[in-house]
Design a protein around this ligand. Structure first.
Ligand code: CP
Ligand code: NVA
Length: 307
C-alpha cells in the first residue's frame, strides 16, 4: 500500500524524528558533494496550480541529487487546464512516476488526486496547509536548539492561513508551545485551535504579549496566493502585526526568526529583521532541499517494499 504525505499527522512522531535524523545525514553528504543514488531509476512528477520558487526547485533538485529524475508539468498547457478530470490525470501520472507532488487550492483537490493515484502523493501546499515547509522549519529549530519537545514558538499574523494551520498541527504532534497572535477576523476559534493543536496552542490578540518568553518567532504573508482580492482589507487588518525589531525585543534575547518566504518587507516582517543576525530564514529555505530528500526516500522506498 502506498502512503501519502498530505499532512504532518500522516507520520507518527517516531517517523518524523527518523526523517529529521536522515535529513542531517543527507545535508552532510550534500556539503561534501558526495554522490547519492538512493533513488536512481525513480521519478517524481510535480504539479503546480499556484506559483512556486523554493518548492519546485528544491523538490526537483532533491530528486536529481538522489540519482532520480524530476519533471514539472506546466498545468496551464496541460489537459487539466482543459477540464480533464483529476482522477484520470492521477491514474496516468502514477504509471509514469514513482511519486507525485501537488500544489493546489482547496484540500479537496489534493485528496481527490491522492485517492486516484497509485503512487505516493505529497502535499506541496494547499489553502489549508504547507506540511513540507513545516518539515524544514522543525528541522531548522532542531538544528539550532536540539530537542523540539517543549520549545516555545510565536506565530504572528494570519492565524487561519496554511502556515498557521500547519504550525498548529506541528505543535500538537511535536509538543511545542505555540503562541498564535492574529487580528480577531483572522484568528481560529478556540475549538479549531484545540482540535488542530491538541491543547498546545494559545491564542493572543496582542502580538507583543505572544512573543514573551519564546525561542522562535515566525510569520507568513498577510495575503496568500489566491487571496489577492482581499489585499487592501488584509493590509489594514494586520497593521501592528509586523515582526520588526521592537516586536522581537519581547521574545527571549536569543530568539530567532523563521519565515517560509516569499517575504513582504515592511508588511509581515521588517527588512532589518529579515536581513539581521536573528534571521534563520536562509538556513530554513536551504533545509527544504535536505528534508525533502529524506521525505522522498521514505515514501518511494517504503512503497516499493510493500508493493
Ligand atoms: N515557501 C515556499 O513554499 O516557497 P515557494 O512558494 O517559492 O515554493
Ligand atoms: N501562505 C503563503 C505561503 C507561501 C509559501 C501562500 O499560500 O501564498
Amino acid at each position: 500500500m502506498k502512503r501519502d504525505f498530505l499532512k504532518l499527522r500522516d507520520f507518527s512522531l517516531g517517523e518524523h524524528l527518523e526523517l529529521l535524523k536522515r535529513t542531517t545525514e543527507l545535508k552532510q553528504l550534500r556539503r561534501l558533494r558526495k554522490t547519492v543514488t538512493t533513488l536512481a531509476g525513480r521519478a517524481l512528477v510535480l504539479i503546480f496550480e499556484k506559483s512556486s520558487t523554493r518548492t519546485r526547485v528544491s523538490f526537483e533538485l532533491a530528486m536529481t541529487q538522489l540519482g532520480g529524475d524530476a519533471l514539472t508539468l506546466p498545468v496551464s498547457d496541460s489537459q487539466l487546464a482543459r477540464g480533464e478530470p483529476l482522477s484520470d490525470t492521477a491514474r496516468v501520472l502514477s504509471r509514469y512516476g514513482d511519486a507525485i507532488m501537488v500544489r493546489t487550492f482547496g484540500e479537496e483537490r489534493l485528496h481527490a488526486f491522492a485517492k486516484h493515484s497509485t503512487v505516493p502523493v505529497i502535499n506541496g501546499l494547499t489553502d489549508q496547509g504547507h506540511p513540507v515547509q513545516l518539515l524544514a522549519d522543525l528541522y531548522t529549530i532542531g538544528e539550532r536548539l536540539g530537542e523540539l519537545q517543549g520549545r516555545k514558538v510565536a506565530f504572528i499574523g494570519d492565524g487561519v492561513g496554511n502556515m498557521a494551520r500547519s504550525w498548529m498541527e506541528a505543535a500538537g504532534l511535536f509538543g511545542l508551545h505555540l503562541h498564535l497572535a492574529s487580528p480577531k477576523k483572522f484568528r481560529p476559534s478556540v475549538q479549531e485551535a484545540e482540535v488542530l493543536g491538541g491543547g498546545r496552542v494559545k491564542l493572543f490578540d496582542n502580538p507583543q504579549e505572544a512573543c514573551q518568553g519564546v525561542e522562535v518567532v515566525t510569520t507568513d504573508v498577510w495575503t496568500s496566493m489566491g487571496q489577492d482580492a482581499e489585499q487592501a482589507l488584509r493590509k489594514e487588518a494586520f497593521g501592528g502585526y509586523c515582526v520588526d525589531e521592537e516586536m522581537l525585543s519581547h521574545a527571549r534575547p536569543e530568539a530567532f526568526v523563521l519565515h517560509c518566504l516569499p517575504a513582504h518587507r515592511g508588511e509581515e516582517i521588517s527588512a532589518a529583521v529579515l536581513e539581521g543576525p536573528r534571521s534563520a530564514v536562509w538556513d530554513e529555505a536551504e533545509n527544504r532541499l535536505h528534508v525533502q530528500k529524506a521525505l522522498l526516500e521514505k515514501l518511494i522506498l517504503e512503497a516499493e517494499k510493500e508493493a
